[in-house]
Write a protein that binds this ligand. Structure first.
Ligand code: BES
Ligand code: MN
Ligand code: ZN
Length: 479
């Protein structure tokens, strides 16, 4: 998609749809008859399509409701512009001009960039008339230069979200751990430093917990370490992000039911978000030192698979009795978290994981769960999530629930039963954090949307987490 910023007086491109942002209670001039014949009032989410009206220099005019003018924040601007794009994307026209965003033109452009995302690598027979036709967007701005400058940063963030969506959308026969690592390695072109550890090195490090999960797969497990050194002081303590990257989760020997199992291709959404975040930080040259760690495995049933009943020794030295091989994400994160704090001594660690079905039961479809041992960090994360319109709710970590993961023969069990399933999973992770300020984001309910209810998110991979974590870094941890 091509984006051009223009002044209101600049001409519209040829063969363009024109979208006009309309605030609630502010009737646009010259369209009284069209409006009288409709229920369009300018409420958020409304659109009114007017085909080739006389006196309008457009083949198509779309009015887009943006709600109240004084509530027109960045999210509202993104959504309004995305709604404009969605209304005309399959119209057959090649260009879209968006008018009325005022000082929020760059936000609108980001909205269109995210809304126009499409994963169509594997379609070979789609008829042309079903493909989106809009390939360029002209965004009218109050201050064209300022909008262009702001969009340079926003576009880099959008590229990070898109990188995540691509990873999450890929089928599991294509994106297995080695391939995932290779795609991240290619980000060195952006200035990131990427190390890939294979099973031999992880064995040497004693990562018996992570390695157990992958041992039933013919695909080699990988631990990827991504570094962005953007702080003025190269030795400045880094911030750290850790992602669950289960490239496919069959459940292993505790196998999942067939129905919906294909969804478990996106059980690497946490690792995908960390990779996208690092892409965004590098793309906008963030003034921070940041580390991203991805634990990449495939959880398969096999003659060599780990079993319920096995006792694993993690890198921390703590032992884990496996009760259910489908509670594999926490086993991957246990070693990744321990490795991270041990090697990098970070300011904080934030892990992202499609960890539990129970978070869907607790919080529904639109709020990820935030678990943290540090109120200040949790507060900053929640503020960032709110600013980026990524739903999140703080969850408790009550010590008393630890007894649910006591084991008779090892230091802990890997499941704590049905009650508070997301909480006991988080309490399990906390044992591998070693006192570092830490937050765990359970994104099992937000990484994938079908159907999506947000105009900037097409059905499928959301890219959840990239924006809020980028915002957290930008607001609090840059030079
Ligand atoms: N990857 C799943 C969690 C999940 C479920 C993500 C639905 C996205 C949508 C995870 O590995 C898992 O299987 N968790 C189990 C844990 C249980 C065995 C303690 C669960 O939530 O059922
Ligand atoms: Mn599982
Ligand atoms: Zn899983």
């Amino acid at each position: 998609m091509e984006f051009v910023f223009a002044a209101a007086a600049d001409a519209a491109p040829a063969k363009a749809a024109i979208a006009r942002i309309v605030f609630e209670g502010e009737a646009p001039e010259g369209l009284a008859r069209a409006l009288a014949a409709s229920r369009f009032t300018g409420k958020k989410g409304q659109t009114l399509d007017i085909l080739a009206p006389d006196g309008v220099a457009a083949d198509r005019l779309v009015l887009v409701g943006a709600g109240k003018r004084d509530a027109f924040d960045t999210t509202a601007a993104e959504h309004a512009a995305a709604a404009a794009y969605n209304a005309v994307k399959a119209s057959g026209l090649a260009a879209l001009r968006i008018e009325g965003l005022g000082a929020r033109a760059a936000d609108g452009a980001l909205g269109v960039k995210l809304a126009s995302y499409r994963f169509d690598r594997y379609r070979t027979k789609e008829p042309a008339e079903k493909k989106p036709s809009i390939s360029s967007v002209q965004v009218v701005a109050d201050d064209v230069d300022a909008a262009r400058a702001v969009f340079a940063t926003l576009s880099a963030i959008g590229d990070g979200v898109i990188f995540t969506r691509d990873l999450v959308s890929e089928p599991p026969n294509v994106l297995f751990p080695v391939e995932f690592a290779a795609r991240v390695k290619a980000l060195e072109a952006l200035g990131l430093v990427v190390e890939v550890l294979g099973q031999e090195e992880m064995t040497r490090l004693g990562m018996g917990s992570l390695l157990a999960v992958g041992q039933g797969s013919i695909r080699e497990s990988q631990l990827v370490v991504i570094r962005w050194n953007g702080a003025a002081d190269p030795a400045a303590q880094p911030v750290a992000f850790i992602g669950k990257g289960v490239c496919f989760d069959t459940g292993g020997i505790s196998i999942k039911p067939a129905d919906g199992m294909e969804d478990m291709k996106w059980d690497m959404g946490g690792a995908g978000a960390v990779a996208g975040l690092m892409h965004a930080l590098a793309g906008r040259k963030a003034k921070v030192n940041a580390v991203g760690i991805l634990g990449l495995v495939e959880n398969m049933p096999d003659g060599n698979a780990y079993r319920p009943g096995d006792v694993l020794t993690s890198m921390s030295g703590q032992t884990i009795e496996v009760i259910n091989t489908d509670a594999e994400g926490r086993l991957v994160l246990a070693d990744a978290l321990w490795y991270c704090q041990d090697r990098f001594k970070p300011k904080f660690m934030i892990d992202l994981a499609t960890l539990t079905g129970a978070i869907i039961i607790s919080l529904g479809n639109d709020m990820a769960g935030c678990f943290s041992n540090d109120d200040a960090l949790a507060g900053r994360i929640l503020d960032a999530a709110k600013a980026e319109d990524e739903g999140m709710w703080r969850m408790p970590l009550p010590d008393a629930y630890n007894k649910q993961i006591d084991s008779m023969i090892a230091d802990m069990k890997n499941t704590g039963g049905r009650p508070g399933g997301s909480i006991t999973a988080a309490l399990f992770l906390k044992r591998f954090v070693n006192g570092v300020p830490w937050a765990h984001l359970d994104i099992a309910n937000t990484a994938w949307k079908k159907p999506s209810t947000v105009p900037t998110v097409p059905d499928g991979a959301v890219g959840y987490g990239v924006r809020l974590l980028n915002r957290l870094v930008a607001d609090h941890y840059e030079d």
